[in-house]
Design a protein. Structure first.
Length: 213
């Protein structure tokens, strides 16, 4: 009986010693792994994921004659979602755009609302709320050249493609807005400009009738 008790005590003592040794070993490992010596890189547990086999963008590449990894796109490459605008900033090109380009949108309430928002964001500062060319930049004296009256009968004769061309590439003192306004929004802006032109025409007709009386 005493031998069994003694054997049981020895087993429990051995288990406790083993447990303490294990805890001590884990503590040492944890403390060692938290070493903050910046001069040492430490150990890589998964080196094939840490060290990429692919060439970095600006690294040298022996597979090409110029040793450059990043390649220049092939001539004629077009980014996804981008439509090339193959016109130039001159009167002939603008007239050509007027003949070739067709507005893909109809003047629905939704389209005109969007067009008005684009006009208010990008155009009202120069052209004014009614498109008369009396925006804050000009009326305040900050901009010396009077912007075009886009509600005039002259601009009303322009085709949609001509106005779209002007918005995209600019013309005269007007800067291009092709990089700031998406293609579909430029077309919607053209339709809102038509609204301003119609309102100006109606206002002019009303004045003419009043004078006739």
């Amino acid at each position: 009986m005493n031998r069994e008790i003694l054997s049981h005590v020895k087993m429990n003592f051995a288990k406790r010693i083993s447990l303490w040794i294990l805890l001590l070993l884990m503590t040492v490992i944890i403390l060692w792994s938290c070493d903050r010596q910046k001069n040492r890189r430490g150990y890589d547990f998964i080196p094939d994921m840490f060290y990429s086999q692919a060439y970095e963008t600006y690294s040298q590449n022996p597979n090409f004659k110029d040793s450059a990894t990043m390649r220049v796109p092939v001539n004629g490459t077009i980014p996804i979602g981008y439509t090339p605008f193959r016109y130039t900033i001159d009167s002939l090109s603008r007239a050509k755009a007027g003949k070739e380009l067709v507005n893909p949108f109809l003047p629905t309430d939704e389209v005109l609302t969007r067009g008005k928002l684009i006009f208010t964001t990008f155009c009202i500062g120069c052209h004014g709320a009614l498109g008369k060319g009396d925006g804050q930049l000009y009326s305040s004296g900050l901009y010396p050249l009077k912007p075009k009256d886009i509600s005039s009968a002259l601009i009303a004769k322009f085709k949609d493609g001509q106005i779209y061309h002007t918005i995209t590439l600019g013309f005269g003192s007007m800067m291009p807005h092709g990089a700031q306004i998406r293609s579909e929004d430029r077309w919607k802006l053209v339709l809102y400009v038509r609204v301003l032109q119609k309102e100006a025409q109606m206002a002019g007709d009303t004045i003419s009738k009043g004078k006739g009386k």
